[in-house]
Design a protein around this ligand. Structure first.
Ligand code: ATP
Length: 140
């Protein structure tokens, strides 16, 4: 089985979508291996999204990601990385509402920034991101 990192972003938590998202996760056959509610500070959010540090939207991304608590989860199932990406839908929640109306971002996202959830985009990213939030969790 494979593991991925899922995050319910500040707009998802403050919009009270946590329980509904967790219900969708479990119904899709994922096992929630670990779960943590945490408040990201600027340094942590910047490190997590380091690959986007040169993008024009980066300062906005960091302030959005630190605007309230997030829920981080380690999800496990066969093909967890691609299946979770499929379930959350495209980055732009406006587009998701049209092209993937049953996706999580269509359910609770607002636009290309406030898109409610995160999912690792590859197995190496998943390993890195799981270690980032759950240093005590050894893969396998
Ligand atoms: P995530 O990595 O959070 O799962 P993603 O892989 O779908 O999202 P990325 O391109 O990696 O999308 O962008 C990371 C995050 O940066 C997005 O989820 C979104 O919150 C924000 N973002 C991306 N593009 C824009 C943009 N054009 N304007 C504002 N924010 C953006």
């Amino acid at each position: 089985k494979e593991r991925t990192l899922a995050m319910i972003k500040p707009d998802g938590v403050s919009g009270n979508y946590t329980e509904e998202i967790k219900r969708i996760v479990v119904e899709a056959g994922f096992n929630i291996v670990k779960e943590r509610l945490t408040q990201l500070d600027k340094e942590t959010a910047s490190a997590f999204y380091d690959e986007h540090s040169s993008r024009s939207f980066f300062p906005h991304l960091v302030s959005y990601m630190t605007s309230g608590p997030v829920v981080v989860m380690v999800l496990e199932k066969r093909d967890a990385v691609s299946d979770w990406r499929g379930l959350i839908g495209p980055t732009d929640a406006q587009k998701a509402k049209i092209s993937h109306p049953h996706s999580i971002r269509a359910l609770c996202g607002k636009d290309s920034q406030r898109n409610c959830v995160h999912g690792s985009d590859s197995t190496p990213s998943a390993e890195r991101e799981i270690k980032f939030f759950f240093k005590d969790l050894v893969s396998g």
